[in-house]
Design a protein around this ligand. Structure first.
Ligand SMILES: Cc1cc2nc3c(=O)[nH]c(=O)nc-3n(C[C@H](O)[C@H](O)[C@H](O)COP(=O)(O)OP(=O)(O)OC[C@H]3O[C@@H](n4cnc5c(N)ncnc54)[C@H](O)[C@@H]3O)c2cc1C
Length: 447
């Protein structure tokens, strides 16, 4: 995605950020911040002032809470990989994460980035407070401790997940937990085994997900659970025994799996072969689905959550009611069979608890996330168009940062867009933080 902003700036601190925003809005320029630019939608695009917040990084404050959690205030441009390292050094960790760590904290929360876990919500549910710069350059704070229905509480709702439409976030307070290890189990299963026992599969694990290989009835299952003290001790003992080695055997196996099968080497080769000979895709998927060996290892949570992704792809992801998942996959399977569309990328399925974040894709319902991917060099429109029709018919909600064609008119049935509009009008009366994408997905009557 390329675009031409009138100006770019990378403020060194919050005061400079505030001056830049105030100056641009006084000139009549629109303003957008960009994080890592990892959204597939034009969420961060602007024709006005484009703000890169990479210098606004690092931890500002650490406040232990009586319930055992800790509130950590981080500058908004902090990348998740840096955040994970900073938290680990403090003996802390994010409760749940998505599958990559390149994003900025502000960018990730602003589009509703999520991981998996039937009892857990996305990153925005872990936000306890924000600091943001208003169009006139004033710095405002909003927290979830504000009285429900108050102007501050409403601002907090749209600031923690609202595509940057109520201000430029300069800092975010996250609720984090003591650092923990996960016991990861990765096993190829028949897809029907997963679907027939779906509720147990999802509810009996802290973080359950699976990849289904189109054209096959095979899935790679991933089940991550808090490691027991014995498992952590055994891991530590194994690591201590590997003198001079930087990684445990399990870590090496894991790296090999990511490197060779799911992310880079062999998976890249599979996709290049699919591009050259699309007719081979069903056989390639059958081989991929069977080639993945079972894995079992214990590692710090953020190492388990994150899967490096180096093969370039396009992606659409919808949140559907969990009860609809089987039908959605069955319809997708039917369409793939009847169309013969070559799709060498597995379909990824994850889960989330219902939450109360205004613009969360998991708002108010048990959610299954279904993500369709296509190799970047192969056409995706027909596949994604068919998938979107299936997801939409099932009451699906598109990920704000991934490809979709829905507009505010469709989305009004899912979100309190009138409330969002009211909060935006108060926070940004002149529309400084709008762009075409926010107009399309949030404004019922685009200006
Ligand atoms: C390889 C890959 C893997 C992914 N995996 C997952 C996953 O596991 N789970 C998931 O849910 N999503 C996933 N995503 C989607 C990704 O997490 C989101 O698109 C996320 O928004 C990207 O973060 P970013 O920092 O790149 O934000 P950007 O794309 O740069 O920006 C996103 C939005 O945030 C706004 N924004 C950025 N900074 C600020 C700020 N300081 N103040 C106000 N607004 C701001 C931007 O204006 C824009 O509207 C993945 C994407 C890729 C490419």
């Amino acid at each position: 995605m390329t675009w031409r902003p009138a100006r770019r700036a990378a403020p060194r601190d919050e005061a400079e950020l505030a001056a830049l925003v105030a100056g641009a809005s006084a000139e009549g320029l629109r303003v957008r911040a960009i994080g890592a630019g990892h959204s597939f939608t034009p969420a961060a695009v602007t024709d006005g002032l484009h703000l890169d917040l990479d210098h606004l990084a690092g931890v500002e404050a650490v406040l232990p809470q009586p319930d055992g959690t800790t509130h950590v205030t981080v500058r908004a441009g902090t990348r998740l990989h840096a955040l994970n390292r900073l938290l680990a050094a403090l003996g802390l960790a994010m409760r749940n994460l998505g599958d990559i760590d390149r994003q900025s904290v502000a960018g990730a929360i602003s589009t509703g980035t999520h991981g998996t876990g039937a009892r857990l919500g996305g990153l925005a549910t872990q936000v306890r407070g924000v600091r943001l710069v208003a169009p006139d350059g004033q710095v405002r704070t909003a927290t979830d401790a504000a009285a429900p229905g108050s102007a501050e509480r409403d601002l907090f709702e749209v600031a923690r997940l609202g595509l940057g439409t109520v201000g430029v976030l300069s800092a975010v307070t996250l609720e984090v937990v003591p650092a923990f290890c996960l016991h990861a189990r990765e096993e190829p299963w028949p897809l029907d085994r997963v679907l027939e026992g779906l509720d147990d599969y999802v509810d009996d694990n802290d973080h359950a997900e699976f990849y289904w290989f189109p054209g096959t009835r095979r899935a790679l299952t991933l089940r991550n659970n808090r490691a027991t003290p014995d498992q952590v001790r055994a891991r530590d003992a194994r690591r201590a025994g590997v003198a001079g080695s930087l990684r445990s055997a399990a870590g090496r196996a894991r790296a090999l799996l990511d490197e060779e099968l799911l992310s880079n080497g062999a998976f890249g080769a599979v996709n290049r072969l699919a591009l050259a000979a699309p007719g081979l895709v069903p056989r390639l998927n059958a081989v991929s689905a069977r080639a993945l060996p079972a894995r079992d290892y214990v590692a710090p949570s953020h190492e388990v959550f994150i899967h490096p992704r180096r093969v370039r792809f396009a992606e659409m992801e919808y949140a559907v009611p969990r009860a609809e998942l089987r039908d959605v996959l069955s319809e997708l399977d039917g369409w793939l069979h009847s169309s013969g569309e070559p799709v060498p990328f597995p379909v990824e399925v994850r889960f989330a608890a219902p939450d109360d974040v205004w613009l969360s894709t998991a708002r108010g319902r048990e959610t299954a996330y279904v993500a369709v991917h296509q190799y970047a060099a192969m056409p995706h429109r027909r596949y994604f168009g068919a998938a979107e029709r299936i997801f939409t018919a099932a009451g699906g909600r598109p990920h704000w940062g991934k490809l979709h064609t829905r507009t505010a008119e469709d989305l009004a049935a899912h979100y309190p867009l009138d409330d969002v509009a009211r909060v935006r009008a108060a926070a940004d009366p002149d529309g400084v933080f709008r762009n075409d994408y926010t107009d399309a997905v949030l404004d019922l009557t685009p200006r």
